[in-house]
Design a protein around this ligand. Structure first.
Ligand SMILES: Cc1cc2nc3c(=O)[nH]c(=O)nc-3n(C[C@H](O)[C@H](O)[C@H](O)COP(=O)(O)O)c2cc1C
Ligand code: SF4
Length: 433
């Protein structure tokens, strides 16, 4: 099922809501975007809606954050502290999770819908400055967005006294240095303040203590790109897409052992089977799917049996098969892959990206690399596997930010659900992918 077939309200030529450049390749041109109704939602909001009404419609739509946690967006906006000013918006364009490549396509292909979403969020919380925080490797994308922002300024869509009202807004891009941890919202705010990118102790959360200590909404790029649709077409329309508790469409980044990797915009609630086999073209070389990581490298390993394949990909259903939807970066693992080898690769990533601020994560990722190296090299015993599990349990739930937990997901689920692969690895009979 695609987005079109799930919504009778959609015009026949319109197949995409977020990846709209696939329907309208020139949508990155301001005139084309405006011909397609672009910036009407922002103008309507600024000229005819109270800021709180914008928050209310986003709340009513049921939109949930697409950066990983699935937190309800309108509720987050309503937490902004109105006793403390100024307010800021920060769009999270760090996109560093291995397996995630959706925000990049949105910003490259459909930049104005994203920037309009930033502007609507800013109006809703009455921020006069909004920032787009991009990972350092996205420097070309930052230059592209700078050009789009300049075009908006020239067209009177950003700047002072917008649409003849007293509301003013400017948007700026900000490049990080390329650290995964700077996608964590409080590390990102520290980085923007020119400090070391390390998470803050929370609470307080950004809506009360954010950028420069001021109330700040941090939202993912994809989350914000939904907002112009919701404001222009209404919350009720939005709820015709997806499921009751996970409304809307989602861009699923599909990678790994699959014929057609790429981004797929589909309603939330689409099954893994449909993504992998109908859209992704199945597993190459006649192999069988063995495991699925639903949320990139941070994911638990789902055993790819019939129950899992028939599970709808939404925030409520994926936990029923022992994982999280996260940012919906679906990595497919076929039966040629040795799970200890795969886990060893993820551990190297997490050890490299651990910011070192808290001991369980800093030391735990070091020891988990050490042990998984030994297991993957076929030099370990089952006692080492038990020690690995013990170390992961010492890390899980004991860290300052979620990176520590993320580093244990594949380890703990892998040992529990694919134990025979570890037994093979420790005998040295199967040591590489
Ligand atoms: C280690 C780590 C990395 C993260 N990386 C990203 C990221 O690249 N992009 C993102 O939007 N959120 C990322 N997040 C989640 C953010 O902290 C935050 O929850 C999110 O940007 C909020 O936006 P949303 O409500 O629209 O999802 C990360 C979280 C952690 C713990
Ligand atoms: S859990 Fe890891 S990444 Fe997060 S603050 Fe602690 S050391 Fe840093």
């Amino acid at each position: 099922m695609d987005a079109e077939s799930n919504s009778p309200a959609v015009a026949p030529e319109e197949r995409f809501f977020l990846l709209r450049h696939r329907d309208f390749p020139a949508i990155g041109d301001l005139d084309v975007y405006r011909q397609l109704g672009g910036f009407e939602a922002f103008q309507k909001a600024v000229t005819a809606m109270q800021p709180g009404q914008v928050t209310d419609v986003v709340k009513a739509s049921g939109l949930r954050g697409r950066g990983g946690a699935g937190f309800p967006t309108g509720i987050k906006w309503s937490f902004i502290d109105n006793a403390n000013w100024p307010h800021y918006v920060v769009a999270n364009a760090d996109e560093s999770e291995p397996g995630t490549f959706k925000d990049r396509e949105i910003m490259e292909g459909n930049p104005f819908q994203f920037l309009e979403g930033v502007a609507l969020c800013a109006y809703a919380i009455q921020a006069k400055a909004a920032y787009v925080y991009l990972r350092g490797e996205f420097w070309q994308l930052a230059a592209w967005l700078d050009r789009k922002i300049a075009e908006m300024e020239a067209a009177g869509l950003l700047g002072d006294g917008l649409f003849g009202t007293g509301y003013s807004l400017r948007i700026y891009t900000h490049l990080g240095a390329g650290a995964y941890i700077c996608g964590e919202e409080t590390a990102m705010l520290e980085s923007m303040e020119g400090k070391l990118g390390q998470p803050r102790l929370r609470p307080p959360f950004p809506p009360s203590f954010g950028l420069f200590g001021k109330p700040t909404v941090v939202n993912n790029v994809e989350t914000l790109t939904n907002v112009p649709l919701i404001v222009s077409r209404g919350a009720e329309w939005y709820r015709t897409l997806g499921t009751d508790k996970s409304p809307g469409v989602k861009v699923f980044s599909l990678s790994g052992c699959v014929e057609n990797p790429g981004n797929y915009e589909l309603p939330l609630g689409t099954t893994f089977r449909e993504l992998l086999f109908t859209h992704g073209g199945g597993i190459p070389g006649g192999r069988q799917v063995k495991a699925i990581m639903a949320a990139g490298a941070s994911s638990s390993l789902i055993v790819a049996n019939d129950e899992a394949l028939d599970t709808p990909m939404d925030y409520e259903s994926v936990p029923r098969v022992g994982a999280q939807l996260g940012s919906a970066s679906v990595i497919v693992i076929d039966d040629s892959i040795n799970i200890p080898w795969l886990i060893n690769k993820t551990m190297h990533f997490f050890k490299h990206e651990s910011c070192g601020k808290c001991t369980p994560c800093r030391e735990g990722t070091f020891w988990m690399v050490h042990l998984t190296d030994r297991i993957a090299e076929g030099k370990a015993t089952l006692q080492d596997v038990a020690l690995l599990e013990d170390v992961a349990n010492q890390v899980k739930g004991k860290c300052l930010c979620a990176l520590g937990d993320f580093s244990t997901e594949a380890v703990l689920s892998g040992i529990e659900r694919f134990h025979s692969d570890f037994e093979l690895a420790v005998t040295g009979s199967k040591i590489a992918a």
